[in-house]
Design a protein around this ligand. Structure first.
Ligand code: GLU
Length: 458
């Protein structure tokens, strides 16, 4: 794996005060050890992993990582005692003994990074990427009983650092996997932009005839509380055992550790910063649930594997000049002029409600319709989605909607803003502007549903 891909996400560290350092050393403790902080006055005890002081932290406060994974800073005073509970466990890499069972379905695991591919560094307190993707397999040895897994290490990055180039690489890797007779593909990925990658692959991959299951975790797999084990095991099960022929996301269905939901790649969105069940199916039901015993419960529509024998291909051209904007009260539409001057070909607006942008404003300079018209007359595409996330936009209900739509904005039905962004990059990368406009509001791969499955609202 190229060294430049191995990014680390570290916090900057500095020293505790002399008094704190002395007390730590008198307790024979050091950073990374399990300690207990005892308050003689109140009798309260706090148990956690001793962390280094961060640059901006108070040098007289001891930083502990609690078993929940959160850090707390506790003021160290004369009435406090530090008790060593256990010395730091060294995280050494043990090459997993994965017994290959050739009779099991073959699953190619494409490794891209993210929290699922990282672990906590107890010296810096940061989270860094694993250099050896096999470590992931070692963390979930039961995978060897589900599938004959082939690991394809592609990159090791945080998903916020992904872009079109990475999507292209992943799409090409999936095509390679189909040529290796894989029953399915699992992609381990950071969660932040997992839904963008899922959408990109959904559009790029043509004649896909296997499940492509993207998974990740909100907590690194070296933590007992990690969601990564169930996510990974469930994703491998879907890749090895289901007849799904789509790109999907497999992550925790709720906050318990009992089941995962499998969500169509163009209908998924990260809806929470830290919960295990951050991913929800939007305007749609999940395809299925997979529980910790490996039982499947199918609940939504999906494309099934066929016998048509077509080879999967990847349309990897992506137009880079596509932007996303959010319309909000008092927002300045002049930003559209900026994108026009930079040669942008399309803009996705996350409008308010049914797909509004400020239109009949008292201050005319805050009305978006003129700028939208100008952009469209210059040959650009303006796609209107909703920041409500759930529901469908509609260009007809209110006068302001009709005005923004007659200025040229195309209302994108129940398509997510992120999906509209990815779809426009794909359409403008592979088709003419005229075709792209027509295809924007036609369902290509499940991104637009005729009637939203309203039951899916959280
Ligand atoms: N921000 C990083 C990423 O998306 C880590 C978060 C995660 O994987 O959950 O890759």
């Amino acid at each position: 794996m190229p060294a430049h891909n191995l990014k680390s996400m570290c916090v900057i560290i500095s020293m505790y005060s002399k008094q704190v350092e002395e007390s730590i050393s008198n307790a024979n403790a050091s950073v990374g050890d399990e300690i207990e902080l005892f308050d003689r006055k109140t009798g309260k005890k706090v148990h956690g992993t001793l962390m280094p002081k961060t640059e901006v932290g108070d040098p007289n406060s001891i930083v502990l990582k609690l078993s929940t994974g959160y850090n707390v800073g506790i003021k160290y005073t004369d009435q406090k005692e530090i008790h060593l509970i256990s010395k730091k466990k060294e995280h050494t890499f043990v090459k997993p003994e994965l017994k290959k069972k050739r009779s099991l379905p073959k699953v190619v695991m494409i490794y891209t990074g993210g929290t699922i591919g990282s672990k906590v560094d107890y010296v810096t307190g940061g989270v860094y990427m694993l250099t050896k993707p096999e470590e992931l397999l070692g963390a979930v040895p039961e995978l060897a009983d589900i599938a004959d897994i082939e690991v394809m290490p592609l990159m090791s990055i945080a998903s916020e650092d992904m872009g079109h180039e990475e999507w292209k690489k992943i799409a090409s890797a999936v095509v390679d996997a189909t040529k290796m007779n894989a029953h399915g593909v699992v992609i381990t990925h950071g969660t932040d932009t997992m839904h963008y990658t899922a959408a990109a692959l959904s559009f790029m991959l043509h004649d896909l005839n296997i499940p492509v299951v993207i998974t990740g975790s909100q907590r690194s797999t070296d933590r007992g509380s990690s969601d990564g084990f169930l996510n990974l095991a469930s994703a491998v099960r879907v890749a090895a055992q289901s007849d799904i022929a789509e790109v999907c996301i497999c992550m925790h269905a709720d906050s318990s550790d009992l089941k995962c939901s499998v969500i169509r790649g163009v209908k998924a969105r990260k809806m929470h910063t830290s919960r295990r069940d951050a991913f929800k199916a939007i305007n749609s039901l999940p395809i299925c649930y997979v529980d910790s015993n490996g039982e499947f419960e199918y609940v939504g529509k999906y494309r099934k594997k066929t016998q048509n024998g077509k080879q999967t291909s990847a349309f990897t051209n992506m137009e880079p000049k596509v932007a996303m904007l959010k319309a909000y009260p008092n927002s300045d539409p002049e930003i559209i002029d900026y994108y026009l001057s930079k040669g942008y070909k399309a803009i996705v607006i996350e409008g308010t409600g049914l797909g509004h942008a400020p239109t009949s404003t008292a201050d005319e300079s805050h009305s978006w319709s003129k700028k939208v018209k100008k952009f469209c007359e210059a040959g650009g595409i303006v796609a209107m989605t909703s920041q409500c996330v759930y529901g469908r936009v509609n260009s007809m209900v209110y006068r302001n909607l009709r005005l923004i739509s007659s200025a040229g904005a195309i209302h994108c039905e129940d398509m997510l803003a992120e999906v509209a962004y990815v779809k426009l990059c794909y359409l403008l990368g592979n088709f003419s502007v005229k075709q792209a406009k027509e295809m924007l509001v036609k369902d290509i791969t499940g991104e637009i549903t005729l009637r939203s499955e309203i039951d899916s609202f959280m």
